[in-house]
Design a protein around this ligand. Structure first.
Ligand code: COA
Length: 164
């Protein structure tokens, strides 16, 4: 059994101040919560301050309604030297019917930094189950795809740093 704290769950009631013009939960309000969950999950895992380096594959599969109870399931899938991939899955629950809907998923790259803001080493991830190995391999593939995409953008001179 692993003694590592690699998962975190947070439940938040969707209140009217989170609404967009259509009356559903605003994507930005959800992104803020996602970032907080990813922060807490990674910081708890490495017992250190972390920053968000990247966010990929945000998939807003279904909208979320004001009044629903939303649970964020976060997990450290992969660990490099200083970076950690945190996957977050979002489930919305209707308070009266108890109906649950999977609404959103995404992957954050969080980096542990020291007091000078320099990336610092984090503990190696213990893989305890076949599912852990599968998630690790998928995260490794995403990391590779992210790097490939960055290199291709640079080769095509599509790097945003040059465009803005
Ligand atoms: C994230 C940050 C610490 C990386 O610093 P850096 O000098 O580029 O550090 P390095 O090149 O040594 O990379 C450190 C790690 O970050 C990862 N990383 C860096 N840039 C990344 C990116 N764009 N996407 C994913 N991972 C990235 C590297 O792969 C490396 O991982 P590893 O140690 O596990 O191999 C730095 O860019 C930073 O402080 N960014 C601002 C973070 C922030 O303010 N976030 C809030 C947004 S408002």
């Amino acid at each position: 059994m692993s003694n590592q704290e690699k998962t975190l769950t947070m439940t938040v009631l969707m209140t009217p101040d989170m609404a967009n013009f259509a009356g559903n939960v605003h994507g930005g309000a959800l992104l803020k919560l996602l970032d907080q969950v990813a922060y807490a999950c990674a910081a708890k895992y490495c017992k250190n301050y972390v920053v968000t380096a990247a966010l990929d594959q945000v998939f807003f599969k279904q909208n979320i309604n004001v009044g629903e109870l939303v649970t964020f399931h976060a997990r450290v899938n992969y660990v490099g030297r200083s970076s950690m991939e945190v996957g977050v899955k979002v489930v919305a629950e209707h308070l009266r019917t108890y109906e649950k809907r999977y609404t959103t998923s995404c992957h954050f790259t969080m980096v542990a930094i020291d007091e000078q803001g320099k990336p610092m080493q984090v503990p190696r991830l213990q893989l305890d189950s076949a599912a852990d190995h599968r998630r690790y391999a998928a995260a490794e593939l995403r990391k590779q795809l992210r790097q490939d995409s960055l290199e291709k953008s640079r080769a095509l001179q599509m790097d945003l740093e040059e465009d803005v």
